[in-house]
Design a protein around this ligand. Structure first.
Ligand code: FES
Length: 153
């Protein structure tokens, strides 16, 4: 006669082992045809990480707070973001892709973020539309402001 408790214990142990194997396959991104993990990320090139010491989880600063004029802002083309300072010490960031037809906004002047393609203007305070043809605001981007540096979050 088989003891029911013993059989349940064995099945539980087997399930735990299978979970551990799946976890092991996905943890290291092994391309050996394992658990069907659709990992599109290529392996990091060797030497790409810092050779010693602790890694800093913070991204590089986008700008110093002093780079952003009060009542205005600055476009960061490479990062595709515009940072504004509507009031002294208050910083905002928005995606720099115009919501009209996708051009990159190019300048900030007279309290608006300006798109060169068809003339849409967005208010520096909240990126709401100050002048069309765009009808939607620029989407917000998360930033952190710390010790005089502005970083994308
Ligand atoms: S794409 Fe910006 S105004 Fe048309």
């Amino acid at each position: 006669m088989t003891h029911p408790t013993h059989r349940r214990t064995v099945l539980t142990a087997a399930a735990g082992t299978a979970a551990a194997l799946v976890t092991g396959c996905s943890k290291y991104g092994d391309d050996s045809g394992g658990a069907g993990d659709a990992d599109d990320n290529p392996p990091a090139p060797s030497g790409a990480s810092a050779p010693t010491g602790q890694q800093d989880p913070k991204p590089a600063p986008l700008a110093a707070t002093s780079d952003i004029p009060v009542g205005g802002g600055k476009v960061f083309k490479e990062q595709r973001v515009v940072v504004t300072q509507p009031e002294a010490g208050s910083f905002k960031a928005f995606a720099s892709t115009c919501t009209h037809q996708g051009c990159d906004v190019a300048s900030v002047s007279d309290g608006t973020i300006n798109c060169p393609c068809h003339g849409s203007r967005f208010r520096v305070a909240d990126a709401s539309v100050a002048g069309g043809p765009a009808t939607q605001p620029l989407p917000p981007r998360a930033i952190t402001v710390e010790s005089g540096s502005i970083r994308l979050a």
